[in-house]
Design a protein around this ligand. Structure first.
Ligand code: DX5
Ligand code: ZN
Length: 219
């Protein structure tokens, strides 16, 4: 039996910000596919993280695509700013975008891959009329805002539903799972149909982050 592998996207949110350069080098020297960057505004989510200025510095040394996840209200206001900061992928929340189609169109016209994220309570069926416009769907497997939370098991059901929607229409859309991903649950998440695993604590709180990335990839 051939085991399907996922792309691994370590989330910088769990890194030691006093050692940002070393943390980014860890990702550069690992089997990670992307670097995941969580931007929070204290409005859409209760927490505030970092913004385009930090990403601009990270971009100077990172060798993997920057997968920027905007957990902010009306993210379209900042699409160009994040493009200029170095975002390769820009993901916005369906819950934060009354004009989602317009925001996705703008992201693509700026030359970035467009992603849409959905909170745990948002049905994947709501993605039906935007799915063909995006490259990534980020299914939040925790309520966004903080790293280190527990994986919500129902996400597995949502992955299966979304995978079916994508394959029935033969679309080229990656399913990214974000929150509570561990070495213990990674295989089940991949088997449900996930293409990309975001991992914050599992990578940056590990004694051996490069080994943790390798384990997630080969689990
Ligand atoms: C949560 C963020 C996640 C977070 C994941 O709001 O979107 O990307 O960093 O962290 P872990 O892997 O620790 O759950
Ligand atoms: Zn994220």
């Amino acid at each position: 039996m051939i085991l399907i592998m996922a792309l691994i996207a370590p989330s910088l949110l769990a890194a030691d910000f006093l050692k940002l350069q070393q943390e980014v080098e860890i990702v550069n020297n690992s089997a990670a596919a992307w670097l995941h960057l969580d931007v929070m505004d204290g409005m859409f989510v209760p927490n505030i993280s970092f913004g385009p200025m930090v990403i601009e510095f990270v971009k100077k040394i990172v060798k993997k695509p920057c997968d920027v996840h905007l957990m902010i209200e009306q993210p379209g206001r900042y699409a160009e700013t994040f493009k200029n900061a170095g975002a390769d992928h820009l993901t916005v929340h369906i819950e934060a975008c009354p004009m989602l189609h317009q925001d996705i169109t703008q992201i693509k016209s700026l030359g970035m891959k467009a992603g849409v994220a959905v909170n745990p309570h948002t049905p994947v069926a709501l993605l039906s009329d935007i799915l063909h416009e995006v490259s990534i769907v980020n299914l939040m497997s925790v309520n966004p805002g903080f790293g280190g939370q527990q994986f919500i098991a129902y996400t597995l059901e949502k992955i299966k539903q979304l995978k079916k929607m994508i394959s029935e229409r033969d679309l080229d859309v990656l399913i990214e799972i974000d929150g509570g991903v561990t070495i213990d649950n990674a295989r089940e998440i991949i088997n449900a149909g996930a293409d990309v695993l975001v991992a914050g604590s599992t990578v940056f709180r590990a004694k051996d982050p490069i080994g943790a990335i390798e384990k997630l990839k080969t689990v």
